[in-house]
Design a protein around this ligand. Structure first.
Ligand code: BGC
Length: 376
């Protein structure tokens, strides 16, 4: 036995009830270095994520609600949820697989978004099993989506594991899935971050660096044209550290209303090994978030549809007051044969990992440790 957080198995608390009477449980995962994550069974959702700032003061850096009713309301724009079966958009909600055409919910006119309607992965209640070992604490959420649910073929058995290592202030999310019929799968987490603390007025002063030379241009409804273009000379060039607000204005008049783009990750291993995809910083708190993933792309969304809805502790979430860095496959991959494959077949195992790693500026770039090397 150890005296650290890893010695204790996280215990389920009651978070509330869904409208249709299902109990929703909440688990708390802690590191020994100050990170606290709360995750719930509805939508296998990240509800709170507390991380220390430069002075060791913690704040909750993700948007969300204090109650199940909040998550069930119109104000919930996929806050912190597991998103799928296919996150992002599918053109007109249609695709053809093995000669058969499938029709999905058109829930984001004229397209399908984030897995569809009442039974998309963010809305169902998952089973949960917590665990701890000498490396940290975790919760394994599982959900078996029946053949035909939300129009998708095949029974999809999904396991999403949240894990907080003992040290290092990291939240690891691992996705596993198997199917009994060929089916598209694209899974992500939809956390909205504001590193000054959820409810702070804007993210336009946060700086961002993305490890992406290319992106997938879209039409006005945010469906990729099929091209993969260079970010060079566009407001999408985040290869050097850049303030989010610096070049956002020209994008306001586009279908995206700001940043809402799929960036193709660099590095030869993208799509196989974990790569450093994104680094986000907030000056006042000194907080830094690094996103590592084995997925081939990342959707950077600048919270353009946030509308001042009231979230946790009565704080309101203004337009562009948080950003999402959603690791995933390219949108509408199922309709673009030149995009990396998203079809999972019987007998195959889908596996993917994303790590959100937090640091503070004060401890980096001092020539000691690996802070300087890791800088993105
Ligand atoms: C999409 C946005 C959408 C938002 C919904 C993001 O993943 O890219 O277009 O409005 O999710 O909350």
């Amino acid at each position: 036995m150890t005296t650290s957080a890893s010695g204790e198995e996280p215990v389920a608390e009651q978070f509330g009830m869904t409208k249709d009477g299902q109990a929703v449980e909440l688990f708390t995962l802690k590191s020994d270095t100050g990170l606290v994550a709360k995750v719930m069974t509805r939508g296998a959702t990240l509800v709170q994520l507390h991380v220390p700032d430069n002075d060791g003061k913690s704040a909750d850096v993700v948007l969300g609600f204090d109650s199940v009713a909040g998550y069930e309301s119109e104000d919930n724009q996929y806050f912190g949820c597991t998103t799928g079966r296919v996150c992002n958009r599918i053109a007109k909600g249609k695709f053809t697989l093995d000669g058969k055409e499938y029709s999905l919910a058109v829930n984001n006119e004229p397209n399908h978004l984030h897995g569809g309607g009442e039974k998309s992965l963010d809305k169902v209640v998952w089973k949960a099993k917590s665990f701890s070992n000498d490396k940290g604490q975790g919760v394994r959420f599982s959900y078996s989506s029946p053949d035909g649910e939300e129009g998708y073929p095949g029974q999809l058995d999904i396991v999403v594991t949240y894990f907080v290592p003992v040290t290092g202030n990291r939240l690891n999310i691992t996705y596993n899935a198997t199917t009994d019929k060929a089916t598209p799968v694209n899974l992500t987490n939809h956390a909205y971050f504001n590193l000054a603390g959820a409810g702070s007025p804007s993210v336009l002063d946060h700086t961002l660096r993305l490890n992406a030379d290319r992106y997938t241009p879209t039409d006005d409804t945010l469906i990729p044209t099929g091209a993969v273009d260079s970010v060079e000379g566009t407001p999408l060039d985040f290869r050097k550290v850049t303030k989010i607000g610096q070049r956002i204005e020209p994008l306001t008049g586009t279908g995206a209303l700001g940043y809402d783009h799929n960036f193709v990750l660099n590095a030869p291993e993208a799509g196989k090994k974990l790569v450093l995809a994104a680094a986000l910083r907030e000056k006042t708190s000194g907080r830094i978030l690094r996103v590592r993933t084995d997925q081939p792309a990342i959707q950077f969304y600048s919270g353009n549809f946030l509308k001042g809805q009231v979230g946790k502790e009565g704080k309101s979430y203004a337009h562009r007051s948080a950003i999402c860095l959603e690791t995933q496959h390219y949108p509408d991959s199922v309709n673009h044969s030149n995009f990396p494959n998203t079809i999972l077949k019987p007998g195959e195992k889908f596996q993917s990992t994303t790590i959100y790693e937090f640091a503070v500026a004060g401890t980096e770039g001092n020539g000691k440790g690996d802070g300087a090397k890791k800088k993105l």
